[in-house]
Design a protein around this ligand. Structure first.
Ligand code: SF4
Length: 388
């Protein structure tokens, strides 16, 4: 299998036709992919072949017909023949199955800076894989064609964990990245790929919304190198209304990952009027400094009108700079601005002497690196991260 094979990012025409017939809608409505999704809820039964089914690892049987999924805080109670909210876990006869194990819909080699990880193996490539589905329904999702689709709507390539690791190794990537859709919904496959990768000398990094229960995090913590968590806002209202998740669960995940000694970076996609309030950003800074320390890198990234939020403007650069200043004034040491190519805040600076240590340019390129054994070459201050 070649890297850069992107298997599919389009809905299946047969499925769309079936939806058209079922719903009795006009052709215009039926072929509007976004319109046929009811807020990402994919609980209804779908038919997949038995070879799509792998028993899930985090669930309880409630009785002969009901099971409860324990992967994420949603903790769906799923009747026989139905799926959970994310559309990736199906109850068949009292056993819960994942229908996305090994169903890779996208595989591509990316710069690790694109994830973004700025303190993990700079300048290397990550073999990036995705399946279908998500346990949130963010109105600004950049990858909604993957995240809000049912697995059977997308053409997928079956891959074993060993094949993923071998392909990553053959592609000379240093890590496997689980990304584009939410890795929480394929946590069993993430774990097995990470084990296979570890056996091949390859790191694993997760790009996630952080909306996951403690038990799967603890299992993943055994095998992961790094975890990027979207801290989408510091507001319960935003989480409830815009994402369908909840803030406290995400904060719990960040704290647990730190405790497990998994490297964490945080991304805040800054959306005009929705999550850019200075009081919320100050509260976020206070929480970070008080609960997980000042070393965690935070990336304020620029929003572009997308999916169901096309009414809002692109984030002004001044807003991102204001957010960065709020965190840095509170003592956060590594605060970046993203999606603004060429901005000086895309580079890494020593928090002690202020010298530029990692130069980042256009297209996630990395220039000179002034680190020696994880420390600033100018003043010797240790710079936290995974550098080797
Ligand atoms: S992963 Fe979350 S959303 Fe999906 S079935 Fe399990 S509890 Fe529900």
């Amino acid at each position: 299998m070649k890297v850069n094979d992107v298997f599919i990012k389009q809905p299946c025409a047969i499925y769309e036709r079936r939806r058209f017939l079922e719903l009795g809608l006009s052709s215009a409505a039926a072929f509007c992919f976004g319109c046929s999704k009811a807020e990402g809820k994919n609980e209804d039964t779908a038919v997949v072949a038995p070879d799509w089914l792998t028993e899930a690892r985090f669930y309880e049987k409630i009785n002969d017909n009901l099971v409860q999924c324990l992967v994420c805080p949603r903790e769906c109670v799923i009747p026989d023949g139905k799926r959970g909210y994310c559309g990736t876990r199906e109850n068949r006869g009292g056993t819960l199955y994942t229908v996305v194990y090994g169903r890779v819909v996208s595989a591509v080699s990316d710069p690790i800076e694109k994830k973004p990880f700025f303190h993990v193996l700079p300048g290397t490539k990550a073999f990036s894989i995705a399946t279908a589905g998500c346990n949130m329904t963010c109105k600004f999702c950049q990858n909604w064609t993957l995240s809000q689709s049912k697995p059977e709507e997308l053409r997928s390539q079956p891959m074993t964990p060993e094949q993923v690791a071998e392909t990553a190794f053959a592609s000379r990537t240093k890590s496997i990245a689980y990304t584009y859709n939410e890795p929480t919904v394929f946590t069993e496959f993430v774990y097995d790929c990470a084990v296979a990768g570890k056996n091949t000398g390859i790191h694993s990094v997760v790009i996630s919304n952080g909306y996951i229960n403690p038990e799967p995090v603890e299992r993943l913590g055994e095998v992961l190198t790094a975890y990027k968590v979207d801290l989408k806002a510091f507001s319960d209202t935003f989480y409830r209304d815009i994402t369908g998740g909840d803030l406290q669960s995400v904060l719990n995940t960040i704290k647990l990952l730190k405790k497990l000694d998994v490297w964490v970076e945080i991304v805040h996609l800054t959306i005009p009027t929705l999550n850019d309030d200075s009081r919320d950003l100050t509260a976020m800074a206070d929480w970070l400094t008080g609960e997980v320390g000042t070393d965690i890198p935070v990336h304020f990234t620029r929003f572009h009108p997308m999916y169901r939020l096309t009414n809002l403007p692109v984030t002004p650069v001044s807003t991102l700079e204001r957010a960065r200043n709020i965190l840095m004034e509170k003592g956060m040491k590594f605060v970046y601005i993203g999606n603004v190519p060429g901005h000086p805040a895309e580079s890494t600076y020593c928090p002690n002497c202020g010298k530029k240590l990692i130069e980042r340019g256009y297209g996630w390129s990395v220039g000179d690196v002034y680190l020696k054994e994880g420390a600033c070459v100018f003043c010797g201050t240790p710079i936290p991260g995974v550098w080797a």
